[in-house]
Ligand binder design. Structure first.
Ligand code: UDP
Length: 353
């Protein structure tokens, strides 16, 4: 096992998925964006399930063009029954064998990177999603689109926690629009293929997933903070620091994702996240102080130019639908998750933020 993951975390996911894991036996999965944070996690998990659990192996084809994969992503592991192909999803692809599931996780998800690559961000969610919906139609595969909690934009506080039927409050002209709007179109494409062709589609809306495996240069808040802690520098709190998020530890996230992939009701979108606690960035700093054994300081700074500033003030999921349809109950307490993450970054990050 490589050192990107905690073995105990992978075991935790298997035990969370007691009812579902057998459904993977003998299946073929096509995973786009397979060398990103979530893609690499899926891959490592699938390899573990193959080695230790399934008699009839799962086959996985991974596609990625490695543009935002970082050093970790560019090193392709040599796993049995898991195959890698360098491919940009904005180009169609021919696959000769049958495919049971297409997990379309390719995308540019970190605000820092979609600010830098707005046109590529649009293309991957629109053209890329259409290409792989077409492939799903040809192969009669189940199709799961990785959308985002960003499709809700900056929600009306009266609508929080956000349910899947909230229509969103999104700007079509602003630094986040390339991501938000293209994910919304990606969802519309899934809706159309489901309605027009009866294709089994689901969309997943993840809410601030974090954990071991996140690249140091991902630039989202937790890798930034972990890297700054390692470098003994003050944590950088953007704006007022009163903006809030909820954070979902990776084991709970992968559990929820796989529940949607294996048991999601056709046509349905699902929020996957941990609805509590809702905390401000300043509260997050206080939690980091509690779980780290290092002395942590912070500074409140203006948004850097590299960060798209029209951010949501609050973001909190309502996950009632995933609970009801999929028996999804995230369980990793935030302080415990942060502590696991920091232990891991302490070994893997170099602290160069
Ligand atoms: N943030 C921060 N300092 C950082 C990085 C992010 O204060 O070094 C804040 C950012 O303003 C946002 C929250 O942390 O309110 C989460 O940002 P992230 O980039 O992780 O993802 P987002 O939720 O905006 O998609």
């Amino acid at each position: 096992m490589n050192n990107f993951y905690l073995e105990s975390d992978l075991n935790e996911i298997i035990s969370n998925l007691k009812e579902e894991v057998d459904l993977l036996a003998g299946k073929t999965i096509l995973l786009t964006g397979g060398r990103g944070f979530l893609g690499r996690y899926f891959t490592t998990f699938f390899d573990k399930v193959n080695r230790e659990y399934l008699k009839n192996s799962l086959k996985v084809v991974i596609l990625d063009n490695l543009i935002t994969a970082g050093e970790e992503g560019k090193t392709i592991p040599n796993y049995k029954n898991i195959y890698f192909k360098n491919h940009n999803v904005i180009e169609p692809i021919e696959i000769n064998h049958s495919i049971d599931y297409i997990i379309h996780a390719a995308g540019i998800a970190s605000p820092h990177y979609y600010r830098a690559y707005p046109l590529e961000t649009l293309d991957v969610s629109i053209t890329g999603t259409k290409n792989f919906l077409e492939l799903a139609r040809k192969k009669n595969s189940k199709f799961v689109f990785f959308s985002s909690s960003e499709i809700y934009g900056d929600p009306d506080p009266l609508k929080l926690p956000i349910t899947e039927d909230y229509r969103g409050s999104v700007s079509c002209q602003g630094p986040r629009a390339c991501y938000d709007e293209s994910k919304r179109v990606g969802e519309t494409l899934c809706y159309i293929y489901n309605n027009l062709y009866g294709l089994h589609t689901n969309t997943i809306r993840p809410f601030n997933v974090y954990g071991p495996g996140m690249q140091e240069k991902d630039y989202r808040v937790l890798p930034n903070f972990a890297s700054l802690i390692k470098a003994d520098k003050p944590l950088t709190v953007y704006g007022s620091g009163n903006q809030t998020r909820t954070f979902c530890y990776i084991t709970d996230a992968i559990t929820g994702f796989l529940k949607v992939i294996l048991k999601g009701i056709s046509g349905e979108p699902y929020n996957i996240g941990n609805p509590s606690p809702e905390i401000s960035v300043l509260d997050l700093v206080e939690r980091m102080k509690k779980v780290s054994d290092k002395k942590i300081t912070y500074e409140v700074i203006n948004y850097p130019n590299s960060y798209p500033a029209d951010e949501p003030n609050r973001r909190v999921p309502n996950i009632h639908k995933a609970k009801k349809d999929l028996n999804y109950f995230p369980k990793v307490d935030l302080n415990k998750g942060l502590s696991r993450f920091l232990k891991w970054t302490d070994k893997t990050y170099i602290g160069e933020n």
